[in-house]
Design a protein around this ligand. Structure first.
Ligand SMILES: NC(=O)c1ccc[n+]([C@@H]2O[C@H](COP(=O)([O-])OP(=O)(O)OC[C@H]3O[C@@H](n4cnc5c(N)ncnc54)[C@H](OP(=O)(O)O)[C@@H]3O)[C@@H](O)[C@H]2O)c1
Length: 216
């Protein structure tokens, strides 16, 4: 797939490197293609990646990945241009940092970041995914002590074809893709990110753990 990744930070860089290894073409959509932060993932991926301005990246891709901080989401989406018919994977979390340093979600329960993204991107097929744990686990999804269990990648959205693409992209990185339902399920997936962050901080910023599913 041709994948436009908007934001070449922790999440965008890790996903880009991992998907390039799986054979996909990565187009980083950034505000400044010559900027230092974009150069490490570009150098690591080589010819399977390029960095261009945001609207150019979106034009060239069938799948667009939104990987910016939450406050930048409106600007980033408005810079994308025409999104009608494209799959838009929303990796963001509407995190809010209080004065005492505690984290929470700035919205939730009766809506979600993903539903706000859908409102800002009319015609795009929004799928929430790659948001429930830290980027370190996108970069390397192997867990030597997992006794064969795969880490899960929860996702949700309203368009089956778009969800099929996301399922494939998650499987390509070694995850067990789990379709949790319509986009409104993001109201449950975004708090999972907060849980993961709080556990990670409690454990001395240990980022090397993820979610798995046991069934019988
Ligand atoms: N960190 C994690 O482990 C993790 C895991 C899951 C989900 N998330 C969520 O994923 C999102 C990204 O997190 P991150 O840690 O990757 O952030 P990050 O390292 O700060 O990277 C954010 C990227 O977004 C770009 N950006 C900022 N404003 C933009 C705009 N208006 N238009 C286009 N690009 C813009 C930045 O570009 P510049 O270099 O030009 O500033 C930067 O490359 C957040 O919403 C976060 O909650 C994070």
């Amino acid at each position: 797939m041709n994948i436009a990744i908007i934001g070449a930070g922790n999440v965008g860089g890790a996903l880009g490197k991992a998907w390039a290894k799986a054979g996909h073409t990565i187009i980083f959509g950034v505000r400044n293609p010559g900027h230092g932060k974009t150069q490490p993932p570009l150098a690591e991926i080589g010819t399977a990646a390029s960095a261009v301005l945001v609207p150019d990246a979106v034009r060239r891709a069938e799948v667009v990945v939104l990987a910016t901080p939450w406050p930048a989401v409106p600007d980033a989406i408005s810079a994308m241009g025409e999104l009608r018919g494209k799959t838009l994977i929303d990796c963001t979390n509407p995190l809010s940092l209080a004065g005492d340093g505690s984290l929470s979600l700035s919205l939730g329960s009766t809506t979600s970041g993903a539903e706000e993204v859908e409102r800002l991107a009319p015609g795009a097929n929004v799928v929430k995914a790659f948001n429930t744990y830290g980027w370190e686990n996108f970069a390397d999804s192997s867990y030597p002590n997992s006794a064969g269990l795969k880490p899960v990648m929860f996702y949700c959205g309203d368009d089956d074809a778009a969800k099929g693409q996301v399922s494939q992209l998650a499987a390509d990185l070694g995850f067990e893709p789990v379709d949790t339902g319509g986009l409104g399920m993001a109201r449950s997936l975004e708090p999972m990110a907060l849980l993961w962050i709080r556990l990670s901080i409690r454990d001395g910023r240990n980022a090397n753990f993820t979610w798995a599913r046991l069934t019988r």
